[in-house]
Design a protein around this ligand. Sequence first.
Ligand code: SAM
Length: 410
Amino acid sequence: MAHKYRVEERLGWRRWVTPQLLRDKPVHRWYVFPHSFTGELVHALIDEWDLGKKDRILDPFVGAGTTLLAAKEREIPASGFDLSPLAVLAARTKVANYNISNLKKAWKSVKKTFYNVNRNKVSRPYPELVQKALPGRVLEVFDALARIIDEVEMFETDRDLLRLALLSILPLYSSAIATGGWLKWVEKQVDEKSIPEALTARVEMMLHDLQEVQLPRLPGWQAVQADARQLPVQDESYSAVITSPPYPNRHDYTRVFGIELMFGFIGWEETRQLRYQSFHSHPEARPTRPGANDYKSPTALTKAVKNLREKNLEPRIISMIEGYFLDLYLCLREMKRVCRQGAKIAFVVGNARYCGETILVDELTAEVGEQAGLKCSKLLAVRYRGNSAQQMGRYGRSPSRESVVIFDKS
Ligand SMILES: C[S@@+](CC[C@H](N)C(=O)[O-])C[C@H]1O[C@@H](n2cnc3c(N)ncnc32)[C@H](O)[C@@H]1O
């Protein structure tokens, strides 16, 4: 089939669209989101587009902040937005400016109170899911440590770092493990007495990273909680966008990070609301969206949906697929609104497959972006993933493409 958009293979970038390399990189490794791309991808696009200190980069799905941090490594100002308070904390903490001696002092004060804290009672009633994942004394110790971090006098940036450190060790003790896009319950024997040591190791690693990387201590990098379909931005100030929306693979970040969200930020009901409002990449989303009278479902999508109906795919997955492209349209319309003339925009997306029917997410993204008034210059095909064992058994092998869709605002 002839492609409507120019497809250029860049398989040399394939390791840059999975989070693996982030796990060894100073600062990036403080918190890693599943399905993240790496700093290398951001640096390559910065070079290709010849961006410099006068530019401004945007990531409307900032996740754990890879784009922001990579932009800071190049001293290019950048802003990020995300619906999730956990993502905003992770991203903001990675690009904050620290005074290391203040941070060390704050950490010393926290450590001093570690052992004389009352661990017998938790400070608030945690949702059942949190109590189940962190049973008994484990939750008491985490709660006590969170309380100390909240109460000791220190700069807010230092408090953020310590909160992130505590959240990042939670999976070591939780009986609910994120595997890919799901939470899996496991039997786990853990010793709650080791939690302060685990936190210490984590904070020491973070201090080590800060000393090693020497990022510029300047203003210019921020992460804010907001919806990518309706950004709190008034002007056309961005010269580039490097981002990755959630893939339409049914994974729900409010479930994957449910324990962290309900331990550290919000209650059960608010978590549910966040789930509803998130991008329509999982079937439980039912977001309130800005108006989109001007959106028209692409013909290829209408055709794919018709085939999926005939194959009896669950109606809520079909709604998810349709809602996903409407969401992409709304977000790309925002990119057009907040970017300068000549801006470059990169969306990292992955094709999906349901009932043997491939949804060409990259080509459809290009099409809805053009509907939103952007010009798609090319699709960089960077990786081919094998499809799921279930799909493979029933429909044969058909690798699924991951691409970087490049637009210009021209
Ligand atoms: C693929 S992840 C981004 C990973 C990121 N590139 C990184 O470096 O970690 C997608 C993100 O989109 C966020 N998200 C989902 N719906 C959103 C919405 N409507 N507006 C903004 N962010 C949203 C999720 O919370 C998640 O953090």
